[in-house]
Design a binder for this molecule. Structure first.
Ligand code: ATP
Length: 379
């Protein structure tokens, strides 16, 4: 496979987006640091970029909550992205009363946000993800689905359809729907479950392979062992897809009473988990120290960025919110040089420009203050 296309945003314009009334920024480098005080709008800027891809963005916010407080009309984010097709103008927006997010590509309305994945893949790490390994399985599953989405653009739609169909089954159970209706819904559910499970397994296998190779790179980030976990996953091991589909349908039909009593479907890929281990210590990631957990997550995201570059043929854009602040200077430097080696565009935030002194030559430091973004000048 050839070299991946290096994808990068060259500009971003925000209109009535969170704390920004109108702000524009030109990105002149792959590694970009955003420096600003607490509450200045750094994460909001990353959120704007995270909305330029399929999904609900890094805060999973309601579309109308994003609109700048007091703004009379809707919000929008417009960007220029350099990639295989040269420069493409992409944009998203929402106005009060509209049901979904509007997506524009080169001046024309796009059918769905999935189309944005043709131009850019985006992944993020946030302070809220510090507890990912110790927290709820649902958060890890969502994180995994985001990893899958960057590699396999159809995954978002499949997961959304799976969730919708599960809700339909749960509603039917609750309302005492007929067996025929339940049969029909379960017949829809089974292939979706198989497709979602299969896409997750593929991504996890690619990550496992990449992480094994990362061992040779000598990076100061511990290697993460990743595995899909859960009853459904266990039952699927070594079973051909068509058998899994049949078995899942049978299982659903046999557990209607139990699921009705529970008020939800208790078995399926919607209950799967991503099990992460600290390989060198041979222990679950949840038992590693806070710093080790952060480093594990960074290692995982670096491996994922490589897998995305290879499988999608384009480098992903990474959003690293307050990641630098938690690393010692040695690890920070190692992270910066690895990001530069991988040719990724990375937008990272911090409250202190000192955090970014070791950025390689040619990186860009921007200052975020009073809802404006400007080149950083030393005081
Ligand atoms: N819809 C909105 N309208 C106006 N302002 C908003 C809206 N939503 C959030 N804000 C404000 O945007 C400001 C910037 O938030 P943001 O999370 O980007 O800060 P930050 O620079 O990342 O700070 P920190 O370093 O504390 O994480 C906050 O003061 C927040 O109250």
């Amino acid at each position: 496979m050839g070299e991946p296309v290096q994808v990068a945003l060259s500009s971003l314009t925000l209109t009535d987006f969170r704390n920004y009334e109108q702000a524009s920024v030109a990105f002149g480098a792959r590694l970009v640091a955003l420096v600003g005080d607490n509450g200045s709008g750094k994460t909001n800027l990353l959120e704007a970029v995270s909305l330029l891809t399929a999904g609900r963005g890094l805060r999973r916010a309601q579309l109308d909550d994003i609109r700048r407080q007091g703004a009379p009309a809707g919000w929008s984010v417009a960007a220029r992205v350099e990639g295989a097709a040269g420069e493409t103008r992409i944009g998203v927006g929402h106005a009060p009363g509209e049901t979904g997010r509007r997506v524009r590509i080169d001046g024309a309305d796009a059918r769905s946000s999935e189309q944005l994945l043709d131009y850019m893949r985006v992944l993020w790490l946030l302070p809220a993800m510090d507890g990912l390994f110790t927290g709820a399985a649902g958060d890890r599953r969502r994180f995994l689905d985001r990893l899958v989405l960057a590699i396999d653009p159809g995954h978002g739609r499949r997961v959304a359809d799976l969730e919708k169909t599960l809700r339909a089954r749960n509603r039917l159970l609750e309302e005492g729907g007929s067996a025929a209706f339940l049969d029909a819904v379960e017949a829809q559910l089974a292939p979706l479950a198989v497709a979602v499970g299969f896409a997750r397994r593929e991504t996890v296998a690619l990550l496992q392979a990449r992480i094994r190779q990362q061992g040779d790179l000598g990076l100061p980030f511990p290697l993460a062992g990743v595995e899909l976990a859960g009853e459904f996953e266990r039952d699927c091991e070594g079973v051909p897809a068509y058998d899994i589909e049949d078995r899942y349908r049978e299982q659903l039909a046999a557990t209607r009473m139990r699921d009705r009593a529970a008020g939800r479907t208790l078995y399926g890929p919607h209950r799967s988990d991503l099990a992460v281990r600290h390989l060198a210590k041979d222990m679950p990631a949840a038992l590693a120290s806070t710093g080790e957990q952060k480093a594990l997550l960074i290692g995982l995201v670096l491996a994922h960025a490589e897998v995305t570059s290879q499988t999608a043929g384009m480098t992903p854009v990474l959003l690293l919110d307050e990641v630098a602040a938690h690393l010692d200077p040695g690890r920070r430097k190692a992270l910066f040089s690895r990001l530069a080696e991988l040719g990724l565009q990375v937008l990272m935030t911090g409250t202190d420009s000192q955090l970014f002194v070791d950025l390689p030559e040619g990186s860009q430091i921007l200052k975020v203050a009073q809802s404006t973004i400007s080149p950083y000048m030393k005081d």
